[in-house]
Unconditional design. Structure first.
Length: 252
C-alpha cells in the first residue's frame, strides 16, 4: 500500500445517544481511489464527513478519536477547520452549483481566498473546466447561469469548483446517484484521471462502480469497519462473513 495520506484512529461518532460509528481505525493510501462500501445506514456518509469535520455540523454530533491528515490531527483543539476543509473538496450526491454564472462558480473559491487578477482567474477557470472535461461544452457560454446546464454538467462543474481551491483530497458522497449513465461514466473517467494527483474517497452503494474504480476498499456494517484492503482482494476474496454476503448480494 502507498504511504497513508489519512490515518484514522479509534474514531467514534455519536448523534445524541445514537452511536453511529464505532472504534474505526484505518489508513487510507495517497493518490488512490478508496471506495467506502456497505448497506444503507451503515455509517458510510458519517465516516466521509468525519474526514473534513462536516459531521460536526449535525445537531447533537460528537466525535472522539483521531483523524490525521499529513500527520496532523484535524480534531486537535488547535486545528484550523477552514484550512482542513480547503484541503478536502467535497462532492455531494446532488449537484449544488452556486446561483451565479458557470465562470463565477469556478472562480468563486480563488476569489474568496484573495485572488482578483482576471487573467489568472481566466486561466484557473479554463484549466479546471478542462480537468473535468467540461471546457469544450461550455466555453462559449461561461457567463450563463450554471442552473441552465444539465445535471451531469452541473456535477462536473461542482467538481471543477472544488478543484479550483487546490485540495489534496476529494471526498465524494455517492456522486453519481442522481445522474444518467452517460454522465456517471464521465464522472468516473474524471476520477480515474484525477487520482494521479489526488487522494479520492468515494462513498458508493453501487458495487459495480466500486469494482470499476477502486484501488482500495473499506466495508462498513452497522457502524463498524468490518474489513478493508486492496480492492482486488476485497471483491474477489473477502475474509469476513458480512463482506462475503455483501459482495454476493445477500445483504444490500
Amino acid at each position: 500500500m502507498n504511504q497513508p495520506h489519512i490515518r484514522v484512529e479509534n474514531l467514534n461518532v455519536y448523534y445524541g445517544s445514537d452511536h453511529s460509528l464505532r472504534d474505526v481505525s484505518i489508513e487510507l493510501p495517497g493518490r488512490q481511489i478508496i471506495a467506502v462500501i456497505g448497506p444503507s445506514g451503515c455509517g458510510k456518509t458519517t465516516f466521509l464527513k468525519s474526514l473534513n469535520r462536516m459531521v460536526e455540523l449535525a445537531e447533537g454530533a460528537r466525535v472522539t478519536g483521531r483523524v490525521l491528515v499529513d500527520g496532523e490531527d484535524i480534531y486537535s483543539p488547535t486545528a484550523e477547520v477552514t484550512a482542513i476543509r480547503k484541503k478536502m473538496g467535497l462532492l455531494s450526491q446532488t449537484p449544488r452549483p452556486l446561483p451565479m454564472s458557470i465562470y463565477e462558480n469556478v472562480a468563486y473559491g480563488p476569489r474568496i481566498h484573495g485572488l482578483n487578477d482576471r487573467r489568472k482567474l481566466d486561466e484557473i477557470v479554463e484549466f479546471r473546466l478542462r480537468q473535468v472535461g467540461l471546457w469544450e461544452e461550455v466555453k462559449d457560454r461561461l457567463g450563463q447561469p450554471a442552473s441552465r446546464i444539465s445535471i451531469g454538467q452541473q456535477q462536473r462543474l461542482c467538481l471543477a469548483r472544488g478543484l479550483a481551491v487546490e485540495p489534496e483530497i476529494i471526498l465524494a458522497d455517492e456522486p453519481t446517484s442522481a445522474l444518467d449513465p452517460m454522465s456517471s461514466r464521465r464522472i468516473e473517467e474524471c476520477f480515474l484521471e484525477l487520482k494521479k494527483d489526488y487522494t479520492i474517497v468515494i462513498v458508493t452503494h453501487i458495487l459495480r462502480q466500486a469494482r470499476r474504480l477502486a484501488d482500495y476498499a473499506a466495508f462498513f456494517y452497522c457502524g463498524r469497519l468490518v474489513e478493508h484492503g486492496p480492492a482486488a482482494r476485497m471483491f474477489e476474496n473477502p475474509t469476513q462473513r458480512e463482506t462475503i454476503e455483501y459482495v454476493k448480494g445477500i445483504i444490500s
